[in-house]
Design a protein around this ligand. Structure first.
Ligand code: NAD
Ligand code: LMR
Length: 338
């Protein structure tokens, strides 16, 4: 019956075959934590991405409903849901890109590091699954505290013997999205025309916008620079407080995650000059991980750009950022090594 065609696994197989013959270069993408505040709009936006042929939605709750809902969208990607840890391996097998927004969000008064105790274990388990089922996949890690969860993922992959630093990226795109928005507002420009590099990490003072390198070139006063730096560093907290206990940024994060994932997929396809900021294994500073502009390619991170010329205000900010970031990285590493 029509109903069976819509729901049976075999019809998915037929759909995929049919699309493969159509010749469009589709990628297989999994979202872990797909039923959450970030996960749901992210799943919707990825279902709309023409580079995605298969979309796997994994969570420990509610994936049947989210999957049924999203699967009715008349876009190309075939959607499948996976519920609970016993389905994690099926969710991951064959994936080209894995996006991880699984874990608890902040409430007012919390720092991202306050999420460590719960989210560290979640990220470890999910990354063990990746090592086993899709060790070559590109991983976009969103779960906080990113400054520690990325080192956790790296240690898990090292333990399993599957670590390729080029393929592990902490998502700091929301900091860039915010920076573009806030700088455009101050300059009276369209945010789509503004590009602000944001380096360091993804928490408080580790978020370091390089306002001296804004494109198009502009001159901000010291007062504007201090206002913008503080607003960008506290953008997450601004949303947490406005939501007043109902969570943290979800919609702007889903937008940022898709912008970043789309860049990763275009790079996998072979597009040249795909450049974004991300928190990656790096030698740009003495720290083992650092966010800066990177060029993406078929293997993930192909090139990491240096920070470029910093002014005095940024040099002071960099020292503060490195001090906090070093501790957060160490905390993640020792969580897995201990
Ligand atoms: P949420 O609570 O709404 O959703 C989290 C989802 O993760 C839930 O559906 C939950 O069931 C799921 N989950 C929990 N344990 C899991 C497991 N073991 N395996 C798979 N899924 C599991 O939270 P949210 O608002 O979607 O935020 C998710 C995470 O993303 C938080 O840690 C948050 O701090 C982080 N975040 C990061 C950024 C960033 O810029 N990097 C931005 C926004 C949110
Ligand atoms: C953000 O920057 O919005 C996220 O990291 C969520 C948070 O806790 O602020």
């Amino acid at each position: 019956s029509m109903n069976n065609l819509q729901t049976e696994g075999s019809s998915n197989f037929r759909q995929e075959n049919c699309r493969a013959k159509g010749g469009s270069p589709g990628f297989k993408v999994a979202i872990l934590g797909a039923a959450g505040g970030v996960g749901q709009p992210l799943a919707m936006l990825m279902k709309m991405n023409p580079l995605v042929s298969v979309l796997h939605l994994y969570d420990v709750v509610n994936t049947p409903g989210v999957t049924a809902d999203i699967s009715h969208m008349d876009t190309g990607a075939v959607v499948r849901g996976f519920l609970g840890q016993q389905q994690l391996e099926d969710a991951l097998t064959g994936m080209d890109l894995v996006i991880i927004p699984a874990g608890v969000p902040r409430k007012p008064g919390m720092t991202r590091d306050d999420l460590f105790n719960i989210n560290a274990g979640i990220v470890r388990t999910l990354c063990e699954g990746i090592s086993k089922c899709c060790p070559m996949a590109i991983v976009n890690l969103i779960s906080n505290p990113v400054n520690s969860t990325v080192p956790i993922a790296a240690e898990v992959f090292k333990k399993a013997g599957t670590y390729d630093p080029r393929r592990l990226l902490g998502v700091t795109m929301l900091d860039v999205v915010r920076a573009n928005t806030f700088v455009a507002e101050v300059l009276g420009l369209d945010p789509r025309d503004v590009d602000v590099p944001v380096v360091g990490g993804h928490a408080g003072v580790t978020i370091l916008p390089l306002l001296s390198q804004v494109k198009p070139p502009c001159s901000l006063t010291q007062e504007e620079t201090e206002y913008l730096t503080s607003r960008i560093q506290n953008g997450g907290t601004e949303v947490v407080e406005a939501k007043a206990g109902a969570g943290s940024a979800t919609l702007s994060m889903a937008y940022a995650a898709v912008k970043f994932a789309d860049a990763c997929l275009r790079a996998l396809r072979g597009d040249a000059s795909v450049i974004q900021c991300a928190f990656v294994s790096s030698q740009v500073t003495e720290l083992p991980f650092f966010a800066s502009r990177v060029r993406l390619g078929r293997n993930g991170v192909e090139e990491i750009y240096p920070l470029g010329p910093l002014n005095e205000y940024e040099r002071v900010g960099l020292e503060k950022a490195k001090k906090e970031l070093g501790g957060s990285i160490e905390k993640g590493v020792s969580f897995v090594r201990k």
